[in-house]
Write a protein that binds this ligand. Structure first.
Ligand SMILES: [Zn+2]
Length: 188
């Protein structure tokens, strides 16, 4: 259980630790992420669900609909209701990661005090273009290289916009998947 709690944390700080862990995986022991969702539902341990759904909805749709292999046992499958929660949540996360986590890349929001607007605009555009695959990026850790060549004003605004936006994604993660808010989940 401790390993499951580690892989499916209920705080952003703990989530960041899992992101830096080389063993970051969809399988915990014999349990796939779908098993974790099913067990958490059965045992009413809702705190595992937001991160479990976040991981699940980065899997191909075929896996979400048909289940995943777990060694030599039967496939692990989600209930119809949780398949729906995954797909609906995936769509919401796509919007949130563009508007919240990566809102600072939006070309329609110029940075006050930018010292080199033409250069900073191109740098932000290049980061946007380099991130055409948007699945599972809503809680992506900050990458130092993103701010490295921006002017100091843009770098500061990028990092604070990212921190604020990513924090909002985390705060709303349970709601994205049709769950009660964190405080209610953590009281159970
Ligand atoms: Zn700038």
């Amino acid at each position: 259980m401790a390993r499951v709690e580690f892989d499916y944390p209920s705080s952003l700080q703990a989530f960041d630790v899992t992101q830096n862990n080389a063993e970051h995986t969809f399988i915990t022991g014999h349990f796939s992420v779908f098993d974790v969702i099913n067990i958490a539902r059965e045992a009413d341990v809702l705190r595992l669900l937001p991160v479990a759904f976040y991981k699940a909805c980065t899997l191909p749709f075929d896996d979400i609909f048909d289940g995943v292999h777990r060694g030599d046992g039967p496939r692990a499958c989600l209930s119809m209701e949780d398949q729906k929660n995954c797909i609906k949540g995936w769509r919401t996360l796509m919007t949130m990661q563009m508007k919240k986590t990566f809102g600072w890349l939006d070309p329609d929001h110029p940075v006050n005090g930018c010292q080199t607007p033409a250069r900073c605009d191109i740098l932000r555009k290049n980061i946007r273009l380099g991130r055409r695959t948007w699945d599972g990026k809503a809680l992506e850790p900050w990458n130092k290289s993103w701010g490295q060549h921006l002017c100091c004003h843009c770098e500061r605004q990028a990092k604070s916009g990212y921190d604020m936006g990513r924090g909002k994604v985390w705060e709303n993660l349970p709601a994205v998947f049709g769950l009660p808010m964190w405080n209610e989940i953590l009281e159970r």
